[in-house]
Design a binder for this molecule. Structure first.
Ligand code: GDP
Ligand code: MG
Length: 454
């Protein structure tokens, strides 16, 4: 996905304004990129449709260059779909216990999640109880008991009562009988009695959506009336995400989503699909088989992950480099011809100002502190001042700054609202920059773009 998006954005860099053709070309690339990431087709359609609308609309900012604008729009839309830009916390009951029910296909990661969630809650000072209400699969109860033991969280299993970690009661392997609804109901009674403040109910799943399974999940739900019904979905599920999510949404009307197996290369196409078709918030992400491979879901980080901001930063750097080289080459040529004046200086400043808008772009991206710091040196006010000074000069003065004597300096200072010494400083800097330009007139490179941290 990342490469595709980079390609899409590449077409836009260093162009003046977004044209309709520009946008459509980019939208095509983004569509292809999202499909590659296994975002469901219908989701891709509506998503790119919104991007197009926004890109064509008046929301396009004058301060950002085209590539940055599209990055921002895509990022904003993604964040919006993934959770209106806010983290949705777990909903706790006013009167404990808080009841959390897990639902999802077999192999989605429910049992694993039960352990992680229990561990996480215990760490936060809660007293969770895991409940083995998956009586469908042989060994499902045992699996939860192993998970509970590892997490140090007690497990309630059918006809076994509570087993604390290290307990030697082990349920019979292969147990497939029993009533999951009764188990769930009994566990709540026990939690009230023993003051467990959260109850996590692990339920059965099947390989595909099926009505018997859904009915069982509904029965459990109706019996215990959970505060949260978490739909667990494998992030690698791909195009099936929409169908599965819809089925569970209609079947049990879940309250939140947990994305599992979001480790490794998974870019999270399923996140976009599920959030988009159900409108339900994603609460957590499971990122591995270990107990601690679990995190609260942050929509903004997920948006960054889907876009891979690392790559986008590289892209911006490339655009910057290209700009530097072209500009430096042009400037150097003018220098060589003895034609580089303050007008050219001004033009360069405006180019530099474009780069300055990266600051606001980076400001939107969490965890980008180190890049942001690099841009701190960029002082927009300094450029404003420099620009004002140059604009107060006559064309002749701009072409040949040597003619700017004392009285001209006083006039320029007055005209631009700065002090004479600030005018002096600028002229001095220009002279230095001009020298530097001369030195690098044969090798293009960043070197000394005047006004940049001068
Ligand atoms: P359930 O059928 O929904 O209860 O799914 P399980 O919890 O039994 O998980 C199915 C398989 O997926 C197991 O082998 C787990 O170890 C594995 N698994 C669960 N969550 C994750 C995860 O976040 N990352 C990875 N890599 N594997 C996971
Ligand atoms: Mg399970």
């Amino acid at each position: 996905l990342t490469d595709r998006l980079s390609n899409a954005f590449k077409h836009l860099k260093s162009k003046g304004k977004l044209s309709e053709a520009d946008i459509d070309g980019t939208i095509r690339e983004i569509r292809r990129a999202l499909l590659d990431a296994d975002v469901a087709l219908e989701v891709v359609r509506s998503f790119t449709g919104r991007i197009r609308e926004r890109a064509l609309g008046t929301e396009v900012s004058e301060a950002l260059n085209p590539a940055q604008q599209v990055v921002k729009i895509v990022y904003d839309e993604l964040t919006g779909v993934l959770g209106q830009g806010v983290d949705r916390p777990l909903n706790f009951a006013k009167n404990p216990p808080t009841i959390i029910m897990l639902a999802g296909l077999q192999g989605a990661g429910k049992t694993t999640l039960a352990g992680k969630l229990g561990y996480w809650l215990k760490d936060a000072g809660h007293t969770p109880l895991l409940v083995a209400a998956d009586l469908q699969r042989p060994n499902a109860v045992t699996q939860l008991q192993v998970v509970g033991e590892r997490a140090g969280v007690p497990v309630y299993a059918p006809e076994k009562g509570v087993q604390s970690d290290g307990g030697d009661e082990v349920s019979a392997p292969g147990l497939t009988t029993g009533d999951p609804v009764k188990v769930a109901r009994d566990s709540i009674a026990l939690a009230k009695q023993k003051l467990y403040d959260t109850v996590i109910i692990d339920t059965a799943g099947r390989l595909g959506v099926d009505e018997v399974l859904m009915q069982q999940a509904r029965d459990i739900r109706d019996a215990v009336q959970p505060d949260e019904i978490l739909f667990v979905i494998d992030a690698m599920i791909g195009q099936d995400a929409v169908r599965t999510a819809k089925a569970f949404d209609e079947g049990v009307d879940f309250t939140g989503v947990v994305l599992s197996k979001l480790d490794g290369d998974a870019r999270g196409g399923a996140a976009l699909s599920v959030a988009s078709v159900t409108g339900k918030p994603i609460l957590f992400a499971s990122t591995g088989e270990g107990l601690k491979d679990f995190e609260v879901f942050h929509p903004d980080r997920m948006a960054s992950r889907i876009l891979d901001m690392g790559d986008i930063l590289t892209l911006i750097e490339q655009a910057q480099k290209q700009f530097d080289e072209e500009e430096a080459r042009k400037a150097a040529q003018k220098m060589a011809e003895g034609e580089f004046g303050l007008d050219d200086f001004l033009e360069q400043l405006q180019q530099v100002r474009k780069l300055g808008s990266m600051k606001s772009l980076l400001g939107m991206i969490p965890g980008m502190a180190q890049h942001r710091q690099a841009l701190e040196q960029f002082d927009e006010r300094e450029i404003d001042r420099t620009e004002a000074i140059i604009r107060s000069m006559t064309p002749a003065e701009r072409r040949n700054p040597k003619i700017i004597d004392g009285s001209r300096r006083a006039r320029i200072a007055y005209g631009s609202g700065v002090t004479v010494s600030q005018v002096n400083a600028l002229l001095q800097r220009f002279e230095q920059a001009a020298k530097m330009m001369k030195r690098m007139s044969n090798k293009a490179g960043m070197g000394g773009i005047p006004g940049f941290g001068g």
